[in-house]
Design a protein around this ligand. Sequence first.
Ligand SMILES: Nc1ncnc2c1ncn2[C@@H]1O[C@H](COP(=O)(O)OP(=O)(O)OP(=O)(O)O)[C@@H](O)[C@H]1O
Ligand SMILES: [Mg+2]
Length: 261
Amino acid sequence: MFIGELQRYVTRLQNPNNVSFLIQKVCPMSLANISVHQVVKNYHKDRIEIPVLNGLDLTIPAGQFSVLMGPSGSGKSTLLHLIGGLDRPTSGTIQVGDFNLDRMSDSELTRWRSRHVGFIFQMYHLIPVLTAAENVELPLLLFSMSSHERKQRVATALQVVGLTDRMDHRPNQLSGGQEQRVAIARAIVTDPDVILADEPTGDLDAKTSEEILNLLNILNKEFGKTILLVTHDPRAAAHGQRILHLDKGILSQEKEAVCVT
Ligand SMILES: Nc1ncnc2c1ncn2[C@@H]1O[C@H](COP(=O)(O)OP(=O)(O)OP(=O)(O)O)[C@@H](O)[C@H]1O
Ligand SMILES: [Mg+2]
């Protein structure tokens, strides 16, 4: 597990902020191809059917940083939720790494999600009465793990996002950018293969957004995380290796990302 290995290096660090140095030394690559095949998603509200995805096909190779853009209501969050196992398609199949999501029971899906997927949302969704460290620790409570190991992992995840000195702060004692860093630490503390980020910079200023996107880049390039980022911001999109466009529920365009300088 990269967190466990990283943690051993952390104790020896001369410069605690030099995360890139750490990562190059210890990072084993995660591997999780995402394969979406003929996925249809219809919602139902008051007996009215709302078609959202109409037979969508998508393959994201393991280790790729892909970006999903498209107008509001086109189904971007819906697709993210399906890939992350938060919801199920009306029909079609979704495979992530070795796991075929539609063959799993609800409890298997929950278990798979907690181990293999890290979600990052626009609104952070931190628990206000818990400290940063306690928020990051939450996903680990689903694992059979000693309290000592949990604390070590939490400390390491907070170190990766540069927030060691804020671990005892509650969310209302943090800036928006710091809150999002805590949310990222919470997303990576379980060492997921895939990171799904739904407009993670939507509430942040340009400079803070850039810091968050750089952090996602580190997680992709150095830790080998497969990342799917939803954004409306072309500057954010430029961080990805590939930009996908979703419109009216159909993946209608695909192009290579412009390089960020
Ligand atoms: N739980 C639900 N029940 C009924 N309809 C839903 C549900 N969730 C989403 N929808 C509908 O599905 C469509 C796609 O929603 P989705 O949230 O995926 O869009 P989006 O592309 O993420 O939009 P935005 O950019 O505004 O976040 C919308 O028409 C929305 O109203
Ligand atoms: Mg959305």
